[in-house]
Design a protein around this ligand. Structure first.
Ligand code: TRP
Ligand code: SF4
Length: 406
């Protein structure tokens, strides 16, 4: 089975190059190797932009178009909209019951964002709970990997704790021991003894090797017996949970996936953000890009053309790092420090590279804008695909929590 990757993005305005280099480019790469789920986190956008529904409404489909234009392939990736799946809200509610308030209050982004976004009133229940909503988004798909920026590590860590707590509280319902015995009885006697040995070793020493050996054994048997015929996916979770001593793994602990990404500053050197007015949008026209880059801040020491500069102090250099080849970078270093080149000259290769990068995006976006039905259909199909998985998990969760009455 391929590993599952899940990530989401908030629809709070047009996508810019920072979004592309910081996340989207990586998503496009991941879809070649993993089963990928990517969604529009419109509820998340509401946690901070609850009084700006127009922005969200307008950005949802624009964002999907930018994703597709940049190379997300609906045949490889499942693309959907969070609010179309009320199952996320149901899991959020159920997880909320047992999640200590302190876990949410201690998430570093909580105080940070309240400080940073002073112009918004974020003393809301939704804003406090939003990392738990994110946990529900992730857990409902039993995602193995979650590509996120460093700033979101704490949310993935919270997700892991929430899953662990859930499995501890609800993973050993009535009959747990009997179910374990039933699943074990399907293994050969030798395998049963081997499993028991690894479980003991893991329990006593936390040995990584014992865990890996036990897990391999369970997975080998599951494959041999045939999931859906002699064996069920729940039995795999049962034995893996028992191996760990945590009860059945109803929910799966995900891992954050931090890929080395190059930070692209905005036109003024600050963080690129549409709301700071310093962004180059994915869909900017060539002449807009030209104008924006030509107007970019440079090393303040280069007042006159004859003043030497230092690329390390110039945001344009950060663009060269992402967009230029080695000879061009050497040319910038040398030319800047010796005042051999002017800043406009230095910026031209960046302009050319961005315009070239955007060309296929622009073409694909134009084709999609001309066919809005097609985009809706892609989202529709993705949403239904996601729903199958979300429903399956919720059935399991309700059962584990004792909510499957009669
Ligand atoms: N919180 C993320 C952000 O603000 C978006 C997001 C919501 C997300 N749910 C997610 C990312 C689940 C990864 C997984 O950027
Ligand atoms: Fe920046 Fe290039 Fe000008 Fe140097 S020459 S200050 S790197 S724009």
């Amino acid at each position: 089975m391929r590993t599952r990757v899940l990530s989401g993005m908030r629809p709070t305005g047009s996508m810019h190059l920072g979004h592309y280099l910081g996340a989207l480019k990586n998503w496009v790469r991941l879809q070649a190797e993993h089963e990928c789920f990517f969604f529009v986190a419109d509820w998340h956008a509401l946690t901070t932009h609850y009084d700006e529904r127009e922005v969200i409404e307008q950005s949802v489909y624009d964002m999907v178009i930018d994703w597709l234009a940049a190379g997300l392939d609906p045949d490889k990736s499942t693309i959907f909209i969070q609010s179309r799946l009320p199952e996320h809200a149901e899991l959020f509610t159920l997880l909320a019951m047992g999640t200590p308030l302190g876990w949410l209050e201690r998430v570093p982004t909580y105080k940070d964002q309240i400080e940073k976004l002073k112009d918004r009133d974020l003393a809301t229940y939704g804003f406090l709970g939003y990392p738990l909503l994110q946990a529900a988004d992730i857990l409902i798909y039993k995602a193995t990997y979650v590509p996120v920026g460093e700033d979101q590590s704490s949310h993935v860590e919270l997700t892991r704790e929430v899953a662990r707590r859930f499995n501890h509280l609800y993973g050993r319902g009535a009959g747990f021991e009997g179910q374990v015995a039933g699943a074990l009885a399907k293994l050969s006697k030798d395998d049963q003894r081997y499993y028991e040995r690894q479980r003991k070793a893991f329990g006593e020493t936390g040995s990584h090797e014992a865990w890996a050996k036990g897990e391999a054994l369970v997975r080998r048997n599951a494959a041999a017996l045939g999931i859906g015929s002699g064996w069920s996916a729940a039995e795999t979770e049962l034995l893996l949970g028992h191996l760990k001593g945590s009860g059945r793994s109803v929910l799966v602990e995900p891992q954050a996936l931090h890929t080395e990404v190059l930070r692209l500053p905005g036109l003024d050197g600050a963080k690129m953000s549409k709301s700071y007015g310093n962004a180059i949008l994915m869909r900017d026209e060539a002449d807009t890009v030209t104008k924006k880059v030509r107007g970019m801040a440079t090393d303040p020491a280069r007042v006159r053309r004859t003043d030497p500069g230092d690329p390390a102090k110039c945001p344009v250099w950060q663009f060269h790092v992402s967009y230029s080849d080695e000879p061009t970078k050497a040319w910038v270093q040398q030319g800047c420090k010796s005042a051999g080149i002017g800043c406009l000259e230095c910026k031209q290769p960046v302009i050319d590279a961005i315009v070239a990068q955007q060309k296929p995006w622009r073409e694909r976006a134009a084709a999609l804008i001309a066919e809005p039905k097609k985009v809706h259909w892609i989202v529709e199909a993705g949403t239904e695909r996601a729903r199958l998985v979300a429903r399956e998990t919720m059935k399991d969760v309700r059962e584990a929590m004792g909510l499957s009455y009669g």
